[in-house]
Design a protein around this ligand. Structure first.
Ligand code: NAP
Length: 640
């Protein structure tokens, strides 16, 4: 459909159906965008109430008016209607965002939002050369990317757009990273898919609001095909080490093929896109090797394992366990779940829902509908939650919550737990956490509590003493018999980039610089002493409260591309972050984290190291990271 709609008013039943199926608040924003009619905002404002409930409360007469007017705008040349986004000035855009979010949205979001409202969201994020770089400089494989998952593919797309030669080395025999590797039952995303997708590559056909693994993997496969990346990708090739060579101003890389044979490569620029959550952590429990049946980690799920009619013991109740348990519970003879600490669990009405045909049509065809929908998800699942993460030092109940918003979220989740388990106080007292919300990753209720009530499910909170051939023994002496053991015990995260050895300019290996578990970088991307080296999903770029990891990668790649522009346009040899910039940045990160939930006492999480420093996740609002990464200040870098 063209942006301004056809000029005749032929009845369009498909559009009528889509308008009925679509979210009213999002339609309203598309309408204001298309028509410039700001008065709709005032009509809707009282009914849109913030991150958790921005769609539900609008009365039907108002919904009908919005639908009718939008129908007119899209099917006729309605008076005053225009599809030119240029008509939306900053003040109106801010108001639209505020109504979309259900609370005031500051001016700092305007520039970010404008980038999303352009016709070509790939071009709006792609590098613009200021002058053509020397063709000789672009003649060699300039860039080697390690990993063909979500980040590596995106880096490849942007390098391709800029005309910079590159190679992607991937240890697996397929692209897709985490979405290729994880095949455990129930595996899927818990960020809504219309947000968890590349900004420039929307998928209007997600079958569900929260898609499962196969659909996600297929999405990344399609992206690799569509952007013709496969001829740049070497599958089954694992990078073992990389060493910076000052004389060559580049990297010498050793990679190993599936046949065990090692190859040497060189690159001007090295990009790590290896991901974070991919080295399984097995629990250190006495007797583990003695177990008689199959035993495996969620990330190494045995495809041939048939759990039907078996007694399965699952250790761990994080995001992975939360997806496995309810998926297999109906089919197993017995599921025994060992919980060391409970997680906060939030209900989401869309979590198990399919996307209706009308909504898919609206996403694909109503101009700006998807963009505003994404903004609402962005707010509800990311920046709109930021206040809930801040520690108020005056707050009188720091053991249960952090501030009034955090307390409100706690009550909301507690209410949900009570409504699910009210008749089972024995379970309720096991599942309500004794630490503030967001201290560990919040889980979306995957019918977890209903599963706990099943007669064939046990939730065991007595500590595990040992694993024996027939099952798991707890400290109270009881043996919980099992035919199979599932470790939903998370990942080794603290040694980022391990086991790849990356040796910088001064001959120091990256992990030596970082120490055992204290990864740091400027903007999560660069480290002094490691010229022409960028990390994607690097230190302090993870998201723990929600958010969209793809957004972080898009930001990181943009900054990297600006760095490459500086390097290649100027004909320079190397670019490297200055030590004082790195130190100052990490001081800021630590200072912010010191006032946030993840350094709060009362719970463990995988975001911080032995010394309590949060190294894995970002303290920034997404908009702040977007702003910091969308500019490039030469003064911050040593360019030789
Ligand atoms: P996780 O969050 O680290 O959870 C590991 C679980 O195993 C925790 O319950 C932990 O208990 C328990 N555990 C570990 N060692 C144990 C031991 N020795 N004895 C008893 N229990 C033990 O790991 P995950 O569930 O794989 O999730 C990791 C991250 O991956 C998530 O935070 C999320 O970022 C991502 N993820 C996302 C999705 C999604 O989008 N849906 C799905 C899966 C994973 P404690 O809490 O007491 O340490």
């Amino acid at each position: 459909m063209p942006d301004s709609g056809p000029e005749t008013s032929v009845e369009n039943p498909e559009l009528r159906r889509a308008l009925l199926a679509a979210d009213p608040a999002t339609l309203l924003l598309a309408l204001v965008q298309l028509s410039g009619e700001a008065h709709w905002l005032e009509a809707a404002r009282p009914f849109i109430r913030g991150p958790m409930s921005y769609q539900e409360f609008m009365p039907e007469p108002l919904r009908a008016q919005i639908r009718d007017r939008l129908y007119d705008v899209l099917t006729k040349t309605a008076p005053g209607a225009t599809a030119a986004p240029g008509r939306i000035d900053d003040a109106l855009l801010r108001e639209m965002m505020s109504v979309a979010a259900g609370e005031p949205v500051p001016d700092q979001y305007i520039a970010m939002m404008r980038e999303d409202l352009t016709d070509d969201t790939l071009a709006s994020r792609s590098l613009k050369w200021r002058r053509s770089p020397d063709p000789a400089a672009l003649g060699n494989p300039e860039v080697v990317i390690i990993g063909a998952g979500m980040s590596g593919l995106y880096a490849g797309i942007q390098l391709r757009e800029a005309g910079i030669p590159f190679v992607i080395l991937e240890k697996n025999d397929a692209v897709g990273g985490t979405w290729y590797e994880n095949i455990y039952p129930g595996c899927g995303v818990d960020t809504p898919n219309h947000f968890y997708s590349y900004a420039f590559e929307p998928n209007h056909d997600w079958s569900h609001f929260f898609a499962k693994r196969d659909e996600l993997w297929n999405y990344f496969e399609r992206v690799a095909d569509k952007y013709d990346l496969r001829r740049h990708i070497r599958l089954g090739t694992e990078v073992i080490e990389a060493r910076y060579h000052e004389g060559e101003a580049g990297w010498r890389i050793t990679a190993q093929g599936a046949d065990g044979i090692r190859h040497a490569l060189s690159a001007r620029v090295l990009v790590s896109a290896v991901g974070v959550l991919n080295r399984p952590k097995l629990p250190d429990i006495a007797g583990l090797p003695s177990f008689a049946g199959p035993a495996f980690h969620t990330a190494q799920w045995d495809r041939n394992f048939d759990w039907r009619g078996k007694r399965v013991a699952m250790i761990g109740t994080g995001a992975s366990g939360h997806q496995v348990g309810p998926t297999i519970a109906p089919d197993v003879e017995r599921l025994t779940i060992f919980q060391r600490s409970p997680h906060w669990v939030v209900p989401n009405p869309n979590y198990h829902e399919g996307v209706s045909a009308g909504k898919k049509w609206a996403l694909a065809n109503i101009p700006f509908y998807l963009r505003w929908y994404r903004f609402q998800l962005f707010w509800g699942f990311a920046d709109g939650l930021h206040t809930a993460l801040q520690v108020d030092p005056q707050w009188p109940h720091p053991q249960r919550s952090l501030n009034p918003v955090n307390e409100k979220h706690r009550r909301f989740m507690e209410r949900h737990m009570r409504s699910e388990l009210g008749e089972r106080p024995d379970l309720l007292q096991k599942v309500i956490p004794d630490y503030p919300p967001y201290g560990k990753r919040i889980l979306i209720d995957n019918h977890w509590f209903r599963m706990l009530k099943r007669p064939n499910v046990d939730l065991v909170t007595d500590p595990i003493e040992a694993i024996e051939p027939e099952g798991v023994r707890t400290r109270d002496g009881r043996l919980w018999p099992a035919d199979a053991l599932v470790f939903a015990t998370g990942f080794k995260v603290s040694k980022m980039l391990h086991p790849i050895a990356i040796t910088g300019r001064e001959g120091r290996e990256l992990h030596e610089v970082w120490g055992a578990d204290d990864a740091k970088a400027y903007l999560g991307l660069t480290v002094p002493g490691f010229p022409n080296f960028f990390m994607l999903t690097g230190p302090n770029t993870g998201l723990a409260h929600g958010g969209n990891q793809i957004f972080m990668t898009e930001c990181g790649v943009r900054h990297m591309m600006l760095g490459l522009r500086e390097l290649l346009e100027g004909g320079h040899r190397s670019i490297e972050c200055r030590p004082e910039i790195y130190d100052n940045y990490n001081r800021d990160v630590d200072a912010l984290h010191a006032r946030m939930v993840w350094t709060h006492k009362g719970m463990t999480n995988w975001y911080r190291n032995r010394h309590g420093r949060v190294f894995a996740i970002t303290p920034w609002r997404l908009v702040e990271y977007w702003k910091m990464t969308s500019t490039f200040n030469r003064e911050e870098y040593d360019i030789r």
